[in-house]
Design a protein around this ligand. Structure first.
Ligand code: SIN
Length: 382
């Protein structure tokens, strides 16, 4: 005898493919039971054929954080709550979309690794991009390194469907937790046809921001994600997105196909300061770094002696070094770092953490310094 669940799944799939009238599986009792499983095994708590389908990929962070005190906004446990609880906490998202959940990881974002990034990107490409029944993806994430994951997904998921990265600054147990509303807004943007072909976006605190440029600017407050010079793409008012501009891609953005990539080479970031020691550079290289990013003073600056050490590492070991900036805003132009004796690379408008992601992706494909330099040059002014 065919088990009843398999029968319902087969019936639903058949109806999905051939129905002229809306396929409607209403929400399970108290909104929690699964009523539909798609061809990739994603479970939905409702299937209303008139609504778009969205998958939430949960990775942990404060949005999934928990504490025994409702006023604690520090010292709580990140990544304590699962994707199912996140979805169930916002029943109104089911008025916007049919939602499935995937638990990709459940960690504080400082523990997101390049292996998790590769796996997350491949999951989104397979479960959302390659499935014509899916409209978009939402990724829940800790805010501390959210911009790095957002930049990685912006570069590696390029099917035009919206990919929204969302976090929260208050844990789910706090009074006025920001996670539920941020998640509702993210699902709404992911489900909007107006959000197509805009790359990955960060949706938090009623703002829609480009993953390419946006950075965390404040360690504690809710209005933390900003791209000060480039601005926001749009705003959410009463859970309705308004985009200020038509779809556009950032200048210098490079798309990557990582379907055959298994590993991202190690790239270290070194911070520039008065009296900076050269051995930090040699130690990084000896420890296995295949590329280096400098969080330079001002427009990429390092001490004179460190500059000689960089030239030695570039020329003798063929290791690319990107000079970025430790300031939150501004640009490192090539004219501020170039020399006749080594290929210095300026990060342009990319901050150190975004430069690290881009260099890692480039190194996963090729270690040719000229090719790497020409990609970074697209982000620089002079
Ligand atoms: C984290 O990044 O995982 C903790 C902090 C946060 O999510 O806001």
């Amino acid at each position: 005898m065919v088990p009843i669940k398999s029968f319902l799944v087969a019936l639903a799939t058949l109806a999905w493919q051939s129905s002229a009238s809306p396929l409607l599986y209403s929400r399970g009792a108290n909104g929690t039971g699964f009523v539909f499983t798609n061809a990739n095994g994603l479970n939905f708590t409702q299937m209303n054929h008139t609504l778009p389908n969205i998958t939430i990929f949960a990775t942990g962070g404060t949005i999934a954080g928990s504490d025994s005190s409702s006023t604690a906004t520090t010292g709580y446990t990140s990544g304590a709550v699962g994707v199912r609880a996140l979805i169930d906490a916002v029943p109104s998202m089911l008025d916007i979309a049919n939602v499935a959940g995937v638990q990709t990881a459940n960690v504080g974002s400082e523990d997101i690794t390049s292996d998790i990034l590769i796996s997350l990107s491949k999951q989104i490409n397979k479960l959302v991009c390659d499935d014509s029944t899916m409209a978009g993806a939402v990724v829940t994430h800790g805010t501390d390194t959210l911009e790095e994951t957002a930049f990685f997904l912006d570069a590696t998921v390029n099917c035009g469907k919206p990919v929204i990265i969302v976090g929260a600054m208050r844990p789910s147990t706090a009074i006025s937790a920001d996670g539920p509303f941020n998640l509702l807004e993210s699902v709404t943007v992911a489900a909007s046809t107006k959000a197509k072909n805009r790359g990955a976006m960060i949706v938090m605190n009623d703002r829609i921001a480009s993953a390419y440029y946006t950075t965390k600017t404040n360690a504690n407050t809710m209005d933390t994600f900003k791209a000060m010079e480039m601005g926001f793409l749009g705003e959410m008012i009463s859970n309705t997105p308004f985009f200020f501009y038509p779809p556009v891609q950032p200048t210098g953005k490079k798309d990557f196909d990582i379907s055959n990539v298994k590993e991202i080479p190690r790239v270290d970031i070194l911070f520039s300061y008065e009296d900076m020691h050269n051995d930090t550079l040699y130690n990084a290289v000896e420890s296995g770094a295949k590329g280096i990013v400098i969080a330079g003073a001002g427009a990429g600056g390092v001490t004179t002696s460190f500059n000689y050490a960089m030239e030695d590492v570039i020329n003798r070991l063929g290791i690319p070094i990107i000079q970025s900036m430790r300031t939150v805003n501004g640009e490192v132009p090539l004219s501020d770092v170039e020399s006749n004796s080594a290929t210095h690379i300026a990060s342009g408008y990319l901050n150190p953490q975004k430069s690290r992601i881009l260099l890692g992706l480039l190194l996963a494909k090729s270690s040719n310094i000229t090719e790497i330099a020409s990609t970074f040059a697209l982000n620089t002014n002079a």
